[in-house]
Design a protein around this ligand. Structure first.
Ligand code: CA
Length: 317
C-alpha cells in the first residue's frame, strides 16, 4: 500500500514537472538576447487589489524576468489597489512620465491586467503621444458582473454598502501597505462603479480608443498613433493545486454560461487586435498566479508575454 502511494505521488510529480520542462525546452529554442527587445520600455499595470510585489511575490509572477531575459526593459508600476479608473490612470501617468525621464525613451508599451487595462487605456487616451501600445490582459473593458452584483446587493448609501466599502478599503490599504505603498488613496466604491457595466460604458464613451464597436468584435488596431491588443482566458479550473481555482470557478456562475476567466468575460477582455480570448487560463493564470500554478496543457503565461513582446518588437514598438 505504502509503495503504491509513493508511486502515485511520483506519477503526480512527473505529471506536473514534465510539461513545465517541455515548455522550458521549447522556449529555450526561441531564447535569444534580443527576442523581446522592444524599442520602448514595457510597463506592467496591475488590477484591482493588485500590487507591484509583496516581499518576494510579484503580481506578474515571473513575467518581468521572462521579458528581461530576452532584452526587454520592464517597469512594474503600483497604483491604488482599489480606486476609480481615472484616479488610477492619473497615478499611472505620473509613473509613465518618471519612466520616460529615467530611460530617455519617448514612449512606453503599456500592458494592463484586469482593471489595469482601462487604467492603461486612460493614459493612452489623455497622452497618446507618450504611448506606443496598450495591451489588455483579461481586461475589464465592458464591465465585470461581480461589480454589478456588489452595487445591486449593496447600493451606495445603504448600510451594507458602508460596511463593505469600509472592509474593502482597509483590505486595499493592507495590500498597499504590504507592498510599501501606504500613501496611495483607496476608494473601493469608486472601483466597483468603474468596474460595473454601466461605469465601463460611461468610461468607454469618454475614452473609446481600441474598444470594439460591435458586440464581442475587435477594436481599432491603431488609434491616434497608439496600437491596441488584447488576450484573455476562458477556463476557471486549470490546476487542482491552486487554491484560487475554486473561488474563481464559484463566481463564474455570474456569467450564465458565457465564456469567462472567473471574473471577466472573454468578450469584455476584447480591445484592439484580439490575439486570443480563450486561453485555458483563469483570471489569476493570466498573471501566472498563484506562483506559477497554471494549466499544464496550455502555453505558459510567461511565454504568451514573451511572444507578445516579440510581436511589439517586430511592429517597431
Ligand atoms: Ca492558477
Amino acid at each position: 500500500m505504502k509503495k503504491k502511494g509513493i508511486g502515485l505521488l511520483l506519477a503526480l510529480a512527473m505529471f506536473y514537472m514534465l510539461p513545465s520542462q517541455l515548455f522550458a525546452q521549447s522556449s529555450a529554442a526561441s531564447l535569444s538576447s534580443s527576442y523581446t527587445q522592444t524599442r520602448y520600455p514595457i510597463v506592467l499595470v496591475h488590477g484591482l487589489f493588485g500590487f507591484d510585489n509583496i516581499g518576494p511575490v510579484e503580481y506578474f509572477y515571473g513575467i518581468p524576468a521572462a521579458l528581461r531575459s530576452g532584452g526587454s526593459s520592464v517597469y512594474v508600476t503600483q497604483v491604488s489597489a482599489a480606486n476609480s479608473t481615472e484616479v488610477r490612470g492619473e497615478q499611472l501617468l505620473t509613473q509613465v512620465k518618471q519612466i520616460l525621464a529615467a530611460t530617455g525613451a519617448s514612449k512606453v508599451n503599456l500592458m494592463g491586467h484586469s482593471h489595469g487595462a482601462p487604467t492603461a487605456r486612460y493614459v493612452a487616451s489623455v497622452r497618446p503621444d507618450l504611448v506606443a501600445s496598450v495591451t489588455s490582459i483579461g481586461g475589464v473593458n465592458q464591465g465585470a458582473p461581480f461589480a454589478d452584483v456588489i452595487l445591486s446587493v449593496a447600493p451606495p448609501g445603504s448600510l451594507a454598502n458602508a460596511v463593505i466599502v469600509a472592509a474593502v478599503n482597509s483590505f486595499a490599504q493592507f495590500l498597499n501597505g504590504l507592498s510599501n505603498q501606504v500613501y496611495l488613496p483607496q476608494n473601493s466604491l469608486a472601483a466597483a462603479q468603474s468596474l460595473s457595466t454601466a461605469g465601463s460604458a460611461k468610461f468607454n464613451q469618454a475614452h473609446p480608443w481600441g474598444v470594439p464597436t460591435s458586440a464581442c468584435g475587435e477594436g481599432a488596431y491603431n488609434a491616434r498613433g497608439v496600437a491596441y491588443y488584447s488576450w484573455g482566458g476562458a477556463q476557471t479550473k486549470t490546476n487542482f493545486m491552486d487554491p484560487l481555482d475554486d473561488p474563481l470557478n464559484a463566481v463564474s456562475i455570474l456569467f450564465w454560461g458565457a465564456k469567462n476567466d472567473g471574473l471577466v468575460s472573454s468578450c469584455s477582455s476584447h480591445l484592439g487586435m484580439v490575439i486570443r480570448d480563450d486561453y485555458r487560463m483563469n483570471h489569476a493564470d493570466l498573471t501566472n498566479q498563484t506562483t506559477g500554478l497554471v494549466a499544464w496543457n496550455e502555453t505558459n503565461p510567461t511565454t504568451v508575454y514573451r511572444l507578445h513582446a516579440n510581436r511589439l518588437k517586430i511592429a517597431g514598438y
